[in-house]
Write a protein that binds this ligand. Sequence first.
Ligand code: NAD
Ligand code: UFG
Length: 341
Amino acid sequence: MSTVLVTGGNGYIGSHTVISLYENGYDVIIADNLSNSKMEVQNRLEKICGKRFKFYNVDCCDEAALEKVFSENKIDSVIHFAGLKAVGESVRMPLEYYSNNINSMITVCKLMKKYGVNNLVFSSSATVYGMSEDVPFTEESPLGVCTNPYGWTKWMLEQILRDFAKAEPSMKVCLLRYFNPVGAHESGLIGEDPRGIPNNLFPYISKVAGGTLEKLTVFGDDYDTPDGTCIRDYIHVVDLADGHVKAIRYLESHDAGVSLFNLGTGKGTSVKEAVAAFEKACGHEINHVFGPRRPGDIAVCYASTEKAEKELGFVAKYGIDEMCSSCWKWQTMNPEGLSDD
Ligand code: NAD
Ligand code: UFG
């Protein structure tokens, strides 16, 4: 059985990916410092999979601590999710973002080299396309100018990994550029569980729908889009998780080098459409008002999915209705999120 080390595997996308890997016959080891997730996720994963995964509470920047994970296990592949991801926070705390996101990846790479682990999947983001609105974004679209330190860490890490792969001829690196991951596992046991007031649209809508927040502010209705609100390519987190299994399989069956794929649905949904879809899922109106544009937002962002379909065999199965209904199930089953115990 092939073993995958999932760094940040206790987080939102990581925990869903652990399930997909397990369901596809992989053994999984999780390394996470719990800086943005709760240990209860491991209990939930055990409930869903009927198996307790090997878990290391470790900071991926701490080489000595992370080395234990590599020395105690025979690892075949790594999926590196560990990182900080809040755009606004990264503007206020750039050094923490550069330090955590870049050092954790470099430390993982050093240990992969030392222990002869050659397959690496990296969580990148559509944010590397910058402020361009030349949609759909293809993998050949030029990298843009990022608007915040978080985005730059992804941009820089893609380059660092290209350089690493060039210097290490046996390394196989797959860069995955996610569009907007939303939704939750069908069980309602795991989902997106942000600390404090959410910044992103879906967690915010969920809390308004659930009554914990009073109203949603839609940031701008004067964009050059059919209904005036921004358009994004929302992708169900379970589809995204499946994309990671396909990426691991791709690395297992291809030669060394760097590969790159967008993971999206190729379909754009406006903020107004997302609100309407959520209202359908929860059965009542979502209190919302229209406010000014949020700085740094682009009007339209969606993926070209052609390359992922052709080369990875990846096609997203779920649409906006399933994204909303799974989000709502997670919200109603866990109105306060997971407990911190
Ligand atoms: P998340 O915060 O839920 O998960 C990240 C996990 O990594 C958390 O459990 C956190 O505790 C852990 N972590 C952070 N720094 C660590 C470190 N130094 N050592 C060990 N663990 C550490 O975030 P997510 O939404 O699951 O995102 C996963 C990855 O995907 C991140 O790299 C993120 O930047 C990237 N990504 C996310 C989105 C999105 O919209 N959610 C979009 C594009 C890319
Ligand atoms: N929005 C609102 N009100 C809110 C929150 C968001 O109207 O309270 C709008 C935004 O203005 C935007 C859309 O909803 O038009 C989506 O916003 P999100 O914050 O959910 O997502 P973004 O597209 O801004 O950013 C996400 C991730 C980033 C990642 C980027 C590209 O948060 O980490 O996708 O992958 F870089």
